[in-house]
Design a protein around this ligand. Structure first.
Ligand code: CTP
Ligand code: MG
Length: 188
């Protein structure tokens, strides 16, 4: 029993650790967001905005930069404590960049499709709103660093399942917090 508990806790810690760049870049886009929208107000052929006012250049750049800084800190921490905490895997610089940027790219692509199906900016799309950034982060990392991604995600399905279960919960809690401090317009 005790080894099961240790295994579960270890898996949760590792899953969160591996996702840190994405877990930082996504909320930091909200913190830095505002100003010129990425689509610069342009409309798609359907008459709706391409992405909408919720996707801004400042959010994209600020969020990505924060995720990368967090990832670089992880590289140092994991390298320094490699012997003591072998559970902390060292992310590659490529993975740090693709997890941070991929997360916001996933969020952006989701917004594109949200506008196409007629959802206005901020309307809730359950589960997709919570996992879009995971999909983007994983896809970009798989494309640019397939070796690291396979080693740490594809070859450990328990990590994938943990991320998929944990992320919507963390996302919800973060957004309720962001809403309560008036950083976000909706609590989702
Ligand atoms: N944000 C931003 N730039 C991004 C992503 C997010 O500026 N690339 C900011 C915006 O202020 C946005 C807020 O973070 O309103 C919340 O992000 P999100 O929930 O992803 O956007 P929504 O406003 O809900 O828009 P959408 O319906 O397109 O998801
Ligand atoms: Mg939203």
């Amino acid at each position: 029993m005790i080894d099961v508990i240790i295994y579960v806790i270890g898996t949760v810690i590792l899953a969160m650790w591996l996702m840190i760049p994405a877990y930082i870049s996504n909320p930091m886009a909200v913190v830095f967001g505002g100003g010129t929208p990425i689509d610069r107000g342009m409309k798609w052929t359907d008459g709706q905005r391409i992405l909408g006012d919720g996707k801004t250049i400042r959010g994209l750049i600020g969020g990505t930069a924060c995720g990368i800084v967090a990832g670089i800190m992880q590289i140092y921490i994991a390298s320094y404590f490699a012997s003591a905490f072998s559970i902390l895997i060292i992310p590659t610089m490529t993975a740090v960049i693709t997890l941070s940027f991929g997360a916001l790219l996933g969020d952006l692509i989701k917004s594109f499709f949200k506008r196409r199906i007629g959802f206005v900016r901020g309307a809730e799309l359950p589960l997709i709103d919570q996992l879009d950034f995971v999909a983007g982060a994983w896809l970009l990392t798989y494309i640019f660093d397939p070796v690291w991604f396979t080693e740490n995600f594809i070859s450990s399905p328990s990590i994938i399942v943990t991320v998929l279960v944990l992320t919507p919960i963390l996302h919800r809690l973060t957004n309720i917090f962001g809403y309560s401090i008036k950083l976000k317009k909706e609590p989702w």
